[in-house]
Design a binder for this molecule. Structure first.
Ligand SMILES: [Fe+2]
Length: 223
């Protein structure tokens, strides 16, 4: 037997989630855009997006394309490129295309059931990556029967694969103002309802779906 026993740990499975903190100007721009749309009934109707989404929430409205594209260029493209190129050694991202971008305004007791952002009925529209960013987090209170050791009010939970003693299948995340998460579009996630003293409290987040276009079609040479 050798003096030194070598062992490599391989972790070939499991998706990556990227986390970043958004600039304050981005949050201000997105909120201003949302409030402008909400104040204009004609525009609010035109930007309504709830009929395409799973959320059981107060309002889901598209983000104005000019605001979205400005911040795509200034911020989101960098995060997406970092994510993509961490997974593909010999393949650069040429560009990414945003398919849809919207805000979620969740009032007390609203929730978003377990879902993904994929559309297998139309593969041409199937995004590669999705995300969530937090624009406004209200003061939340525990539900009457909530448990001290497992507070999930207003939290998001990501789910993937099967659980064993060395692997979690669930990843529970507390929404913090300004936090941004990028994840595969087919990753399941759920948003729990929250309780508040104020019936009009709003938890505001946004999401978008994006498709990655590579420089060359050599994306099979994965690291
Ligand atoms: Fe979602």
């Amino acid at each position: 037997m050798k003096d030194k026993i070598e062992c490599k740990l391989l972790k070939p499975f499991g998706s990556t989630i990227a986390k970043s903190t958004m600039p304050k100007e981005l949050i201000d721009d997105f909120l201003k855009d949302l409030y402008d749309i909400r104040q204009n009934p004609e525009k609010a109707k035109q930007y309504a997006y709830g009929h395409r989404l799973a959320g059981q929430v107060y309002k889901e409205l598209l983000i104005s394309p000019d605001i979205m594209l400005r911040w795509k260029q200034k911020y989101f493209d960098h995060i997406i490129r970092h994510y993509v190129e961490a997974h593909y050694k010999n393949n650069k991202m040429a560009k990414c295309v945003i398919q849809s971008a919207w805000t979620n305004t969740q009032k007390p007791n609203d929730y978003n059931p377990l879902h993904t952002h994929t559309h297998f009925s139309n593969k041409a529209l199937n995004p590669d990556l999705s995300c969530v960013g937090y624009l406004k987090i209200p003061k939340m209170i525990p539900y009457n029967h909530s448990k001290e050791h497992h507070q999930v009010g207003g939290w998001i939970e990501f789910c993937e694969g099967s659980e064993n003693i060395f692997n979690n299948a669930n990843y529970l995340v507390q929404p913090i103002l300004g936090d941004y998460y990028l994840f595969p579009a087919n990753m399941k996630h759920i948003v729990y309802p929250f309780a508040s003293d104020d019936d009009n409290a709003e938890r505001i987040s946004f999401s978008f779906n994006t498709t990655v276009i590579f420089d060359e079609m050599t994306q099979y040479e994965q690291k």
